[in-house]
Write a protein that binds this ligand. Sequence first.
Ligand SMILES: Nc1nc2c(ncn2[C@@H]2O[C@H](COP(=O)(O)OP(=O)(O)OP(=O)(O)O)[C@@H](O)[C@H]2O)c(=O)[nH]1
Ligand SMILES: [Mg+2]
Length: 287
Amino acid sequence: MKKCGYVAIIGDPNVGKSTLLNAFLNLNLSIINKKAQTTRNKILGTLTEKNYQIIFIDTPGIIDPKYELQSFMLSSVKSSIREADVIVYLFDVVNYKNISAVNIEKEKKSIFCLNKIDLITKEESEKISEFFKKEKPNEILIPISATNKINLEILKDKIVEYLPESEFLYEEDFLTDRPEKFFVAEIIRNCILNLFEQEIPYSVFVNIPLFKEREEGKDYIEAEIIVERESQKVIIIGKNGTKLKQLGEEARLAIEDFLGRPVFLKLFVKVRKNWRKNKEFLKKHYS
Ligand SMILES: Nc1nc2c(ncn2[C@@H]2O[C@H](COP(=O)(O)OP(=O)(O)OP(=O)(O)O)[C@@H](O)[C@H]2O)c(=O)[nH]1
Ligand SMILES: [Mg+2]
């Protein structure tokens, strides 16, 4: 009998949820960044082998929502938990004490997982294991490094063990439910996360109004970088447009790397006042 099910990767911001998804898929699907709150949507990625199909759901980091966008992000975490057959509670070696706060979903299979063990010594790792045993005596903790691919096979075996018996829910070559243009927008947003500081990365939404695939010549992509205020638009464009030009070049290379083909990328910067608090806007783009 085959096994198949949904596996939600849940945790605080920045613990390595997206890195773990990508490591399992061997692909740069979800964007990864050292800044927190990188992922804003649930992102599905499917791993199919002969006898099992794992449907991973990468999710935004759990935070106390301060504005509407963060509420939307949190509700996508909650719906991912509801949909999941197996929940991977991911922590890293910095925030591991938050393990205490987890209320396990009783009707789901749960796996606790400690990421970034490449950053600590054996002694520190043992200390964390002791802490975990006291806090969650009936659970097990799998230490991993998503970046260095340490213990991922052990984690995968545990996931497969917990998957329900089921026929595959998706075709064998199915990878994700989101279109290419979603990932193109994410790549541009990731370049913005790298190029700008303070509130800019959090105030940006990237929309792709036009993605024209061409038989001959490069694909043509138009992207709108939407910010909340005029002052942010000025920062993104930079003196004589230099920042926007740099962003366009970096994003184009990253998009070409992802798509495996050359593209023509045109960027526009637009202001949509306080879009992060605008329910209508968010419903359209984040539901
Ligand atoms: N040293 C080390 N760094 C890691 C590991 N896994 C992830 N990171 C780094 O941790 C940072 C955050 O990784 P992400 O995968 O974006 O984390 P996330 O949990 O998806 O973050 P959000 O989407 O913001 O909630 C990045 O700089 C990663 O390179 C690991 O195993 N070891
Ligand atoms: Mg992420």
